[in-house]
Write a protein that binds this ligand. Sequence first.
Ligand SMILES: [Mg+2]
Length: 371
Amino acid sequence: MNIQTLDVLIVDLPTIRPHQLAMHTIVMQTIILVRVTGEGGLEGWGEVATIGGASYCAETPEAIKMNIEKYIKPLVIGRNAAHFDSISHTVNKHVVGNTFAKASVEAAIVELAAKARGIPVHELFGGQIHASLPVAWTLASGDTRRDIEEAKESLHAKGHNIFKLKIGMGEPKRNVAHVLKIKEAVGDEASVRVDVNQAWDETTAMYCIEALEDGGIDLIEQPLPAWNKEGMARLTTRFKVPIMADESLSSLEEVYQVAKYRAGNVFSIKPANVGGLTATKKVAAIAEAAGISLYGGTMIESSLGTAISSHLYSTIPEMKYGTELFGPLLFTDTVTANAISYEDFRLKVPSGPGYGMEMDVEKIFHYAREY
Ligand SMILES: [Mg+2]
């Protein structure tokens, strides 16, 4: 089915509470939606999310929209959606970087290809291995008592039993004490993990990780800046607790280098980081060949973006560390008519056709920016 139109919308969705990260506190999350249409008006939708404008990565929502419209759209119009990998090859030849922009466009094209056949997207990636996926929750209120309450309520309601704490902002020793109090409160009922979002230097990382390891923390995500792969490799060798690479995996070539030098022994995979679903499947292959475990990351997408990632993650055998596809639970509203279903600590992968989500166009335009 040939792609006839492509348009891009920037949508701001309010969150249920401030979400404190190392680089930014989210009270309004920005998502970018891409819609492609084929013959008969059949639609495919894609989504990526960014965090804090330009504070998480170089691609801002405004740049994503403009770069798609000016440089990617002309390479896509008229092409057969079924050839999504071949289209990505063309786009990669003419557009460097811009992995968020590429991921949102590819996701929309992939959905059009799936819908044209009346099948769910996971069938285009070889078929589903997991019908549901474990989902972590991020405790990021910034307040220890509130975080403990949130964790206990979530355990009781069988919402989440994996908790991740964002501890890149503020004083490292105080943050470590905050994490250990939460671990003490939930005990063995839950896995507690931390994400430093590149905020530490190597000496800070050494004393903090030692305390976290002793306190029973299960995973340390991106303690050092993305560029410091040698440091990440030293930490991986030094500690028993797994070190996860996230921001340091922003291209396939980098993923290979990180695997080769063991600058982390778990990978956080994210379609936006490497330019789409096809590239993410390649990341999983590199990890599989290197014996590295996987975790399904998020940029805090809405229900559509979450469905997109879940379709791909459901086709990857090794998802040992689960996922953090909690995005829709952080928003006060949604852009789809149907919701992602969460129960028994897991997300149910929506069934197709496409990603299995029905877009609510009225809502989308209510939250969309005017330009
Ligand atoms: Mg992270």
